[in-house]
Design a protein around this ligand. Sequence first.
Ligand code: ADP
Ligand code: MG
Length: 252
Amino acid sequence: MNDPAIAELKDVRVSYGEVPALEDVSLTVYEHDFLGIIGPNGGGKSTLLKVILGLVKPQHGSVSVFGQSPEQARSRVGYVSQRSFFDRDFPASVWDVALMGRYNNAGILRRYGGRDKGKAEQALSRVGMLEHRSKQIGSLSGGEQQRVFVARALVAEPVLLLLDEPTASIDSTMQTEFYELLEELKHSLTIVLVSHDIGAVSVYVDKIACLNRQMYYHGSREITPEILEATYKCPVQLIAHGAVPHRVLKEH
Ligand code: ADP
Ligand code: MG
C-alpha cells in the first residue's frame, strides 16, 4: 500500500510567453516522501514548485494538492524560495524572520499572540537557531540564514515542505549539517527539494526525479545514466564530476 498522495500533477504544461518551462509533467508526491528533483538551470524546477504552490497556473493539465486546488491547500504547504541572502544591514532579527511565518495566522490586526510566539520558538529550536534569536539576520552565515528560513516555513505547521535550491551558496560543511536537519524533519513532514546539485541531493533523499522541461521519474532512488544524460543533455561522466556544462545546454 502506498502512502496517500499529497500532490498530484497530470500533464502539466507551463510556458512563459514563447519560453516553454514544463512540458507534460506528471508527478505524484506521497505522504512521507523525501523527494529530490534535480536538473540543469532553466530546467523548470522553480516553476514546478510554484505550480504546486498555485503561484504559477499551468496552461494545460491538472494540479491537486491534498485533493484540493493549490490555492486552497496553500496553508498546509511550507516554502523556502530560491534566494539571495540578506545583507548585513537588513533590519530584521532572527526572531522577526521566524515570526513572519505566522503572518497568515496572526488574525486581522496582524498582531502576534502567545501561540504564534510559541510556534516561532519551537521552530527555531527545531532548526537549532533559538539561541541566535536576537541576532540580525544579515549577520548570520548563509547556512544559518537558511535554517532560519526553514524555521519561518515551519512555524505555519505545514504538512508539505518545498525547498528551492536550499544549499546553493552554502559551504560544504554547512550543507552536510543542513541535510542532517532535513533527515530529522522528514520524520514528520513530506519534503520536496529541488536542486541543480546532483551530488549532494542524491546522497540524502529517498526518491529522486530528473527534470529538464520533461520529468523523468520512477518513484524510487534509481536514476539510470540514460535518464541523467537525457536530463542534462551531456555525458554522465561530466555530470558525475560536477562539471554540468551549461554551455552545451545553451545550444539547445
Ligand atoms: P530552474 O529553477 O530549473 O532553473 P525555472 O523554473 O526558473 O528553472 O525556469 C524555467 C524556464 O522558464 C527558464 O527558461 C526561465 O528562463 C523561464 N522563466 C522562469 N520564470 C520566468 C518568468 N517569470 N518569466 C519568463 N520566463 C521565465
Ligand atoms: Mg530555480
